[in-house]
Write a protein that binds this ligand. Structure first.
Ligand SMILES: [Zn+2]
Length: 282
């Protein structure tokens, strides 16, 4: 596999990385050490929101840009796993979110997109596990340069528009007046299937549940449903007919199985960050 690309980080991102490193060192080093020798390939590492709350920038970024904040956190977690000789790939699972994240499904709107929410639900259906292409690797057929392109689930696969080295060559040649008609042909790419990154996922159908202080279910609302997607270590872990507090990021999806590519209608869904079982009784 190719080495991970160094990504430029701005000052705010450097602060996020520093706070993540502090958080892990202050609270989780022993837990990481205990994972050494574990045979799994991927490990869902639970981080309590109370620890996020102690860090000014992490607390804010979890609220306003959770995807980026977790991506940077995963980088630190991977470093720490490697430093402790743990072979698994970590996935950060933030748990025990404060009550102000708790929302009812009927109150979710498009403006909540990309925000973190907690919802109390009954799991009414769990799909088969399937994989999706998370990052595609393309090779230019002319110069063999590789291009990595992050993909979006349930969207058309994106391919590179042009090849930078070939484009630079073309510019240079045209400055010298040496372009041949062949140079002006659009670049052709092939996808390197074996180099691509895939992710295991499962879709969950979830209904709003309400319960009283004795943990007795008062109502399960089939009117208020939403689709959630779990990945990696959570695949196979969530069971139909159980009750759970699902913490996740609100996403906007095209309506499934619509053949009209330009259909503008969209559905809300949840990219699940963590699942906490609710001890409820019917
Ligand atoms: Zn090229």
């Amino acid at each position: 596999m190719s080495p991970p690309k160094k990504v430029d980080v701005n000052p705010k991102e450097q602060t996020i990385l520093r706070e993540w490193r502090e958080l892990v060192e202050e609270h989780y080093l022993d837990d990481i050490k205990h994972l050494k020798g574990h045979p799994d390939i991927v490990w869902g590492f639970e981080v309590s929101h109370a620890h996020i709350d102690e860090k000014e920038t992490l607390r804010l970024e979890f609220h306003i840009n959770p995807t980026r904040m977790l991506k940077l956190g995963t980088r630190i977690m991977r470093e720490q796993f490697e430093a402790q000789g743990v072979q698994m790939r970590p996935v950060i699972r933030i748990i025990e979110l404060p009550e102000h994240y708790l929302r009812r499904l009927d109150t979710l709107r498009m403006r909540d997109r990309n925000r973190v929410v907690s919802i109390d639900v009954k799991i009414t259906n769990v799909s088969q596990a399937y994989g999706w292409l998370k990052m595609a690797v393309y090779e230019c057929k002319r110069c063999s340069t590789q291009t990595h392109i992050d993909q979006r689930r349930a969207r058309e696969r994106e391919s590179p528009g042009f090849c930078q080295p070939c484009f630079d060559d073309l510019l240079e040649a045209s400055e010298k007046g040496e372009t041949s008609p062949r140079d002006l042909l659009p670049p052709v790419f092939k996808m390197l299937t074996e180099e691509c990154k895939y992710e295991d996922v499962q879709d969950l159908q979830m209904c709003q549940v309400t319960y009283n202080s004795d943990h007795h279910v008062l109502n399960t609302s089939t009117r208020h449903q939403i689709l959630g997607t779990v990945n990696d270590d959570l695949v196979g872990e969530v069971l139909t007919s159980t009750y759970a507090r699902v913490n996740g990021i609100v996403r906007v999806q095209p309506i499934p199985e619509r053949t009209f590519a330009k259909d503008t209608r969209r559905l809300l869904s949840i990219d699940v960050l963590s699942v906490e079982m609710l001890p409820l009784e019917d």
